[in-house]
Design a protein around this ligand. Structure first.
Ligand SMILES: [Zn+2]
Ligand SMILES: [Zn+2]
Length: 332
């Protein structure tokens, strides 16, 4: 038997598709890049040609300046060197895509990052059956079980209600998590202004431009300290403990991340109110997804590969861990 998908070569800095002479999420500049989503560990600047969803191109444009690229909508197919390629929603952040490649009768899906939970700021994950499933495994250990999002949002709202003279400062990454926290608060009926650190402003506005409703969002910079008592304020995680937060009324420090499940990580950032909210699949969702996609082989790109490889072998499925570098920089 010949090796499966011999036309795809996993390298530490990206997945190379030989007949298309193109790379998926290369971590260094290449001539042809297929980009799954806008996070910095997947979308780098400096490629000659880029294929990505219109939203991902807009995000790359915001981060790297004007970017020439081919906009690929979910479900649309195109041909590159005989490989039929199409993009399908990954449910991770706005515009995030899984890439389906069909060549010589084989179907290969590279997920990029994905999650299965509902997210008011992006399309849900699309199950795309294939022969080879190239999956992430950021939370690929049975201990990772994300709680219901509503429960975490209620924690945030209760802390706010119990402390009317203080504010709640929530650390959230600029792309995806910040907008999702806002969207989930709106879904929970919270309609007050939400205040933003300057570093979150542009991405939130881009989301609004792309049709995602975030309600009344305002810059902290233009607001009096006293007006922010009882308010919810979002900032990038790096700003949680810096001088900037002194302008806020006695903040309760929170952070929204899948890693808040790990107590040590919350302690490292002096987080009083950990909110476990992840944009990645947890263990059950990873294994459930593999069952649904039902591939003959699973390749695991980044995260905790070993447990998932082991799970696959217990379930009579072929699996291999790929050695990828430089992932998870702003992913949680
Ligand atoms: Zn990501
Ligand atoms: Zn990632």
């Amino acid at each position: 038997m010949t090796e499966a998908a011999h036309w795809i070569e996993p390298h530490p800095h990206g997945i190379y598709i030989k007949p298309a002479d193109a790379w998926i999420d290369p971590s260094r500049p290449v001539s042809r890049a297929l980009v799954t989503h806008g996070h910095a560990d997947h979308a780098r600047g400096g490629h000659e040609e880029v294929w990505a969803t219109p939203e991902t191109l807009a995000i790359m444009g915001l981060r790297y300046g004007t970017h020439s690229g081919q906009a690929i909508r979910y479900g649309d197919g195109f041909d590159l060197g005989g490989v039929k390629i199409s993009y399908h929603s990954a449910g991770h952040v706005l515009g995030s895509a899984q890439i389906l490649m069909e060549y010589e009768g084989e179907r290969v899906v590279a997920t990029g990052d994905y999650k299965r939970r509902a997210d008011p700021t992006c399309e849900p994950f699309d199950v795309v059956p294939c022969d080879i499933f190239i999956t992430e495994a950021t939370f690929g250990l049975p201990v990772f079980k994300h709680p219901e999002t509503e429960v975490e949002i209620q924690k945030l709202l209760s802390a706010r209600a119990a402390n009317p003279d203080r504010c709640i400062l929530v650390g959230a990454y600029a792309l995806g998590k910040a907008q999702r926290v806002i969207g989930e608060l709106r879904n929970a009926g919270y309609n007050n202004p939400i205040y933003l650190h300057g570093a979150l402003k542009k991405m939130c506005h881009l989301y609004q431009t792309l049709g995602i409703a975030l309600g009344d969002i305002r810059p902290v910079m233009d607001t009096e300290k006293d007006a922010m008592r009882g308010a919810i304020i979002l900032a990038p995680p790096s700003a949680l403990n810096d001088r900037w937060s002194r302008r806020l009324p006695n903040p309760i420090t929170a952070m929204a991340s899948g890693w808040m499940r790990v107590r040590q990580r919350a302690r490292q950032r002096n987080v009083e109110l950990p909110l476990i909210m992840s944009d990645h699949a947890d263990w059950e969702e990873l294994t459930q997804t593999i069952k649904e996609v039902s591939p003959s082989e699973t390749w695991i790109t980044h995260g905790r590969e070993d447990a998932l490889v082991h799970w696959c072998s217990l379930n009579q499925m072929k699996a291999r861990a790929l050695e990828m570098v430089g992932r998870e920089e702003e992913d949680d």
